[in-house]
Design a protein around this ligand. Structure first.
Ligand code: MEV
Length: 319
């Protein structure tokens, strides 16, 4: 059995795909993958967030709508690719997640990291956390088309990371984070990460200012790093607000999230932003009175809320 944590992107999502730095923390909210050797592949999963699923049984035949089939395949494709890359010939897997898949908190990366950790153990491959992260990143690239190593490295390595690209090389740097009072709300995600990454890529080719927006997000991340080091929460909050504004300019914020962001600011949050790929998914707020911010998130329609008290240590084999 392997336990892989999810993550919260503090700064720099989307811009990171184009090489700009992003700041990510790994949180102790887990995906648990259990497995046993088998001659075939089988997969069982706990409740997942599959949006609208349309399956009909007629004359003892099962009909799955094309959209529902796409959703199922998308969810399982991370597992299929992970087992392919590991060269595992058969596996019986069971996946339980504390968060819905597609929540914007790196659940698919955690599913991938957990699957690789279990697959490696079963096939007697001794992989380090870095090796697990690298394989998981490759899986995300295959499934999503374009992916930064942010989500997969955060899940595999744990802690707080600064992720950036210079030239062709990605660098992952561990950073020290002091007190960081955060509340997280999860909203129904309306579009997949792949669709949203594609949407930004299209904007890049059609609207010149998009490049400047992404560059500016990179600068905000650099500034946030300094604010984190000095523990300047007021500045950090301000930078979260600006980063959110730029993500909104890229068309990544839907009505439900926009409404939650404004209500949280009105309720006294030091800073609020969407986190992850956008169009629903996660909203993070920095503040003093976290339980009242949590109630605001719930009244704005968040499906799940939680307070982040500590960081996780990355993927583990619990005993
Ligand atoms: C998704 O959680 C974050 C994105 O930046 C995509 C990626 O980094 O692969 C939108």
């Amino acid at each position: 059995m392997a336990r892989a944590p999810t993550k919260v992107t503090l700064f720099g999502e989307h811009a990171v795909v184009y090489g700009y730095p992003a700041l990510v923390i790994s949180i102790p909210v887990y995906v648990t993958v259990s497995g046993s050797p088998s001659t075939r592949f089988s997969l069982r999963s706990g409740p997942v967030h599959l949006h609208e699923l349309s399956i009909t049984i007629e004359n003892e035949k099962l009909y799955i709508s094309p959209q529902s089939r796409d959703l199922l395949l998308k969810y399982f494709s991370y597992v299929i690719e992970a087992t392919k890359l590991l060269g595992v010939k058969g596996l019986e897997l069971s996946i339980e997640s504390e968060l819905p898949v597609g929540a914007g908190l790196g659940t698919s990366a955690a599913v991938t990291v957990g699957t690789i950790a279990v697959g490696a153990k079963i096939s007697n491959k001794d992989l380090t956390k870095e090796e697990i992260a690298k394989i998981a990143w490759k899986v995300e690239e295959r499934v999503q088309g374009k992916a930064s190593p942010m989500d997969t490295f955060a899940s595999a390595l744990g802690g707080a990371l600064l992720v950036r690209k210079s030239g062709d090389q990605w660098s992952i740097e561990r950073i020290r984070v002091g007190e960081l009072p955060l509340v997280v709300g999860v909203f129904r995600k309306r579009r997949s990460t792949a669709q949203l990454v594609e949407m930004v890529a299209k904007k890049m080719s059609e609207l010149e200012v998009t490049k400047s927006i992404l560059k500016l997000i990179g600068e905000i991340t650099e500034n946030a790093l300094k604010a984190l080091e000095t523990g300047d929460l007021a500045l950090l909050g301000e930078l979260m607000n600006v980063n959110h504004g730029l993500l909104e300019a890229l068309g990544l914020v839907n009505k439900e999230v926009a409404c939650a962001v404004h209500s949280l600011r009105k309720a006294g949050a030091l800073g609020v932003k969407m986190s992850g790929a956008g169009h629903g998914g996660a909203v993070i707020a920095l503040g003093d009175d976290l339980s009242s911010l949590e109630s605001v998130l719930r009244s704005c329609g968040a499906e799940k809320t939680f307070i982040v008290k500590s960081l996780s240590k990355g993927v583990e084999y619990p005993t």
